[in-house]
Structures are given as structure tokens and as C-alpha cells.
Design a protein around this ligand. Structure first.
Ligand SMILES: [Zn+2]
Length: 303
């Protein structure tokens, strides 16, 4: 069976290991700190590849940012990676195939090949962390869009009347309501709007100072305000997912990222199926965890 070297280039660390065609990790997973300059990142990647060169058929790289259609470069500037990073031509790293893909797309491929969505045909993957990322695989193929930037779902607008400014500078992006940042925004709005705030455990806090963690902790303490904030946040999550279900007709939606453990996926699945106009969909929590980018990049490189 063919093997690739899967490498996940994160803002703080680079994770790597050998991946087979089935998406199994077949070596020890190693990690190293992400260097501070683009030149050092390039030489670090070269050294990692040299270490495994004789054992591999291809190299797969998972990276933040939009990737070109040739899968050789990251086009956009990525806030957590140094200047010059988007000038790197990754195909020059070695004479075997080198394939770079966006991290959300890699995670989607990992879940499709060897994770929660194994055996499904059309998979929508949504990653909910500080922002919201997305990927779609249909009949084994990633949906890329004309420029390789498809599924920028976090930037999808959910209101037309400029209610809330997003960190990107525009208004009412889905991720400013339904991400981790979105939960914080819901907490602030809720503190001003909900009568439950007056008797909440957070009543003495300034609305701007209530954190995502306060709300999840408040739910555990049965705080009525925190519960109401979270329900509103789930409603925002839900409206976005119903629209995406109607657009892509997935048979499986996989939810991942820091916020996914707080979501009741069974309840979400029932609600989406009740509201969506397309055939039924399964909603699952991601199962490939921190290795998602590395596994996805590895399997995509072998295709
Ligand atoms: Zn935005």
C-alpha cells in the first residue's frame, strides 16, 4: 500500500507522520515548533521530508489560507504565519509529488476517508473555533470553487441590516454569531436584552467582559442567563447549517473544532431534518481530532 508523509502546518506547531491510502496513521506522530520566518519554515519542511524520503510516495501539506488550484501555493496572507509564507512554492520541496491543501478541506477529507463520515457520499464539514471553517466532499471529490476558495462559510451573511460588526470588518458574518467569538457576542447582546441577566451569576460583570468560558461554565451551574445565551447561539448555528444542508444536500455533516463538544449533535440532527427541504442528513462529531489536517493532507496527496 502506498504511503505519504502528512504534514500539518499550524500557527504554533508543525505535526507530521506517515499516512497510508486508507487514512491510517502508520508511524509515530511527531511535532516541532513552527519557525518564525518563511525561510525557516521551508528548510524545516525540507528536513522533515528528507527524514522520510525513501519510505514515501508523496507529501501532503495542510495549511491555513486559500490554496491555488494547482495545490502548490497558499495564496492569501494567513494571520498566524509569517510574511513571505504565501510566496513559497511547496512543489519545490522534493522531486516526489507535493500537494498542499487548505486545513478545513484536509479535515473534511480525513473525516470522509477514515473518520466520522466514512462510508457517506456527500460530506459537509464545519469547524467551529474562534471562527468557522468549512469543506465539502462529494463523490470523493473536494468542492473547490473557481479560485479554490469555496466553503468560506464563516463569511456567509445571515442578516442584511448591519446588526453586528465582524472581526473581518464587514457586518453579520455567520461566524460573528455562531463561532466561539459568536458566543461571546451573544453573551454581550444577551446581557443587555435578557431579563435573566439581572439575576445571573454574572450580573456584576460588564457585558463586554463576559467570556465564552463564562457561558459554558454558567450552563453547568444552571444559570438561566447562560442557558438562554447558549440557546440563542445554537439557533444561529442551526440557521446556517439548514441553509448549507439545502444547498449541498449532504448525507453527513461533521462538526469539529473547540466548540463542538458543547453541541448536542442528536438534537441538532433532528432539528435540521425537520427544517431542511432536502433528504435526511446525519450529524456527527469529528473523530480524527488533532490529526485531521495531517491525515487529510496525506490521503489527498495519494489520490
Ligand atoms: Zn466576517
Amino acid at each position: 500500500m502506498k504511503k505519504s508523509l502528512g504534514i500539518d502546518i499550524g500557527g504554533t506547531k508543525i505535526l507530521y507522520g506517515l499516512i497510508n491510502e486508507k487514512g491510517d496513521v502508520v508511524s509515530e506522530v511527531k511535532k516541532t515548533a513552527t519557525p518564525k520566518t518563511a525561510e525557516e519554515i521551508y528548510s524545516t519542511l525540507k528536513n522533515i521530508i528528507d527524514e522520510y524520503y525513501t519510505e514515501i510516495d508523496a507529501v501532503g501539506l495542510s495549511s491555513a489560507g486559500a490554496v491555488n488550484l494547482e495545490n502548490t501555493r497558499v495564496l492569501s496572507s494567513t494571520p498566524n504565519l509569517p510574511d513571505g509564507y504565501n510566496k513559497i512554492d511547496f512543489s519545490t520541496l522534493c522531486d516526489k509529488k507535493v500537494y498542499v491543501e487548505n486545513d478545513a478541506n484536509c479535515a473534511c477529507a480525513a473525516e470522509y476517508k477514515n473518520g466520522a463520515a466514512k462510508g457517506f457520499n456527500t460530506v459537509l464539514m464545519i469547524t467551529i473555533g474562534t471562527g468557522i471553517g468549512g469543506g465539502v466532499i462529494s463523490n470523493g471529490k473536494l468542492f473547490k470553487g473557481a479560485g479554490g476558495n469555496a466553503l468560506e462559510v464563516g463569511s456567509m451573511k445571515i442578516f442584511a441590516d448591519k446588526r453586528q460588526k465582524c472581526t473581518c470588518g464587514r457586518y453579520d458574518c455567520w461566524e460573528s454569531y455562531a463561532s466561539g467569538t459568536g458566543l461571546k457576542n451573544c453573551a454581550r447582546t444577551g446581557a443587555l436584552d435578557y431579563p435573566e441577566f439581572k439575576t445571573s451569576i454574572y450580573k456584576d460583570k460588564h457585558p463586554d467582559e463576559i467570556t465564552t468560558y463564562d457561558i459554558t461554565d454558567g450552563i453547568n451551574q444552571n444559570d438561566a442567563y447562560s442557558i438562554k445565551v447558549f440557546e440563542q447561539w445554537m439557533e444561529y448555528m442551526f440557521v446556517g447549517l439548514v441553509s448549507l444542508t439545502d444547498i449541498f444536500n449532504p448525507d453527513c455533516i461533521v462538526i469539529s473544532g473547540g466548540m463542538c463538544n458543547f453541541i448536542d449533535v442528536e438534537k441538532l440532527e433532528t432539528k435540521i431534518n425537520a427544517e431542511s427541504v432536502v433528504t435526511s442528513v446525519k450529524v456527527k462529531r469529528a473523530s480524527t481530532g488533532n490529526n485531521a489536517g495531517m491525515i487529510g493532507a496525506g490521503v489527498l496527496a495519494l489520490e
